[in-house]
Design a protein around this ligand. Structure first.
Ligand code: CMC
Length: 452
């Protein structure tokens, strides 16, 4: 925990650290987009695909871009470092949803929507009737989104009410080479009010999911959920609803940067899961619930909690070398390192590392030791695998230390990831639905035929 009374804490230092991280990244990475990874494509597209759909192009997007070789992360044309330095989570959510940073008036309207939807009293009431203290927090998050669906008075009869305007996709033999249809063949007419309703669901989810996480946190700590404070920013209110205490400007700023950093990240597993569900014309709540389910895994968002367990297990910088050697001998994964896309230093870790260091310097001796252990582990892992295998710290490596410094318990780390990523999930689903085609890859059948 940060020593709140420390006189040396300086909120402007956060912006300085982010800009310093940007400068370092600019020096270490190239600045021109890589040919072949951006630009319009003509369907059907030819690409080299590895297992786990590695390299597969599943759609076109303007929402965001990740360049793993160079360590870039871009939301709607804006560099992640600049958004962290100069923007807020509300502005970034608007940017992801609509493609542009908001005017003052548009931001006010958007903020009002999110503030209205912070209040999810029925969902909180439903959640209270379950033994949340015995439940995986991500399972509770997923359940909360189902309750939000109910709260939105969704009638649940989506497809049945639709006017069919095309032929049946199921009648097309799927295990064939692609013909490159640019949109769904089996289609429903989407009314104008349906589009407005979809946007409303996005606002509801972005505004309400933090309240679910906060409610889960409180109930697990034996406290009653509390009402949101409409005078607070999105990040400050989230912290307030968790702790019952209005955060300091520093805590608010740190949470805001964390939410901005986690908001979107290309076609990652949870985004893809959310999009697959949405592509069946299921609804936003089912879709976001699937994103939460996928995010839970330790290879994805669940790694942040595991990193903290790992650092506690190593327990001090002196133990790092022998601990790592043991992992290498056993060919085990080191949590918080490596990435499917980044083979360079993850830009999110470039920001979170210095933030963790800054916050740890104002924290208790235990947190400082944890940070020192992390720092030595980073050096040792980079020496062992860095250049050879392109394995560097990812977003999950330092985020846990940052959250711990804010006094947040480990089981809330992955829910916080969801609180942020819901902006990316909804934006990408919204974009995809404009030109929807049901996701349907194929598997290579390697089984038998004509068995008797
Ligand atoms: N520790 C040790 N070795 C690793 C690690 C690691 N964390 N990650 C990858 N490798 C090695 C792996 O053993 C393999 O070596 P070899 O070629 O000798 O067999 C090589 O690197 C390639 O690994 P891969 O499994 O093909 O890589 P992938 O792209 O399928 O997996 C990953 C990506 C994130 C699942 C993996 O790096 C991993 O398991 N990391 C640890 C878990 C973690 O931190 N996850 C959070 C990811 S970031 C949050 C998010 O965006 O979701």
């Amino acid at each position: 925990m940060i020593e709140q009374n420390s006189k040396n804490i300086n909120i402007h230092e956060i912006t300085r650290l982010i800009l310093a991280a940007k400068e370092k990244a600019m020096k270490e990475t190239e600045s021109t987009p890589e040919p072949g990874l951006t630009g319009l494509i003509k369907w059907p597209v030819t690409c080299l695909v590895g297992p786990g759909l590695e390299g597969a192009i599943s759609c076109e997007t303007k929402v965001g871009y990740v360049n793993g070789a160079k360590g870039w992360l871009i939301y709607r044309g804006y560099d992640i470092f600049d958004l962290c330095a100069y923007s807020t989570f509300e502005e970034v959510s608007y940017l992801l949803l609509f493609g542009e940073l908001p005017s003052k008036e548009a931001l006010d309207v958007f903020k009002k929507k999110l503030i209205d939807y912070r209040s999810i009293i029925n969902t909180q009431r439903f959640l209270m009737s379950f033994a949340l203290e015995e439940m995986n927090t991500m399972a509770a998050m997923r359940m909360g989104v189902n309750f939000m669906r109910q709260e939105f008075s969704y009638k649940g009869a989506r497809a049945e009410n639709k006017v069919v305007i095309g032929s049946d996709e199921d009648s097309i033999a799927m295990e064939t080479t692609p013909r490159g249809e640019e949109r769904a063949i089996y289609e429903f007419a989407r009314e104008e009010d349906e589009k407005e309703r979809e946007l409303e669901m996005c606002y509801h989810l972005i505004g309400g999911v933090p309240a679910i996480a906060a409610t889960i946190s409180r109930i697990r700590n034996g406290k009653l959920p509390i009402e949101p404070d409409p005078s607070l920013s999105h990040s400050a209110n989230f912290l307030y609803m968790m702790t019952g205490i209005r955060p300091t400007p520093l805590e608010e700023r740190i949470m805001d940067v964390c939410l901005i950093l986690h908001a979107d990240h290309g076609m990652n597993a949870s985004t893809f899961a959310a999009m697959v569900v949405a592509s069946t014309l299921s609804d936003f709540y089912f879709s976001i619930g699937s994103g939460i389910a996928a995010l839970n895994g330790p290879l994805h968002g669940g790694a942040n909690e595991q990193v903290m367990n790992m650092l506690k297990e190593i327990s001090s910088p002196e133990n790092v070398k022998s601990w790592l050697q043991d992992k290498i001998d056993k060919k085990a994964r080191v949590m918080g390192f490596g990435h499917r896309v980044y083979k360079a230093y993850d830009p999110r870790a470039r920001v979170l590392g210095p933030l963790a260091e800054y916050l740890a310097s104002f924290s208790d001796a235990e947190t400082q030791k944890l940070f020192q252990t992390a720092k030595v582990l980073e050096q040792e892992v980079i020496t062992a695998f860095g250049a050879k295998k392109g394995i560097f710290p990812n977003v999950d490596f330092y985020s846990g230390i940052v959250y711990s410094c804010l006094g947040i318990q480990a089981e809330l780390f992955t829910p916080i990831f969801a609180v942020s990523r819901v902006a990316g999930w909804t934006s990408r689903v919204l974009e995809y639905l404009k030109n929807n085609r049901i996701f349907r890859p194929r598997a290579m059948y390697v089984g038998d035929f004509a068995k008797e």
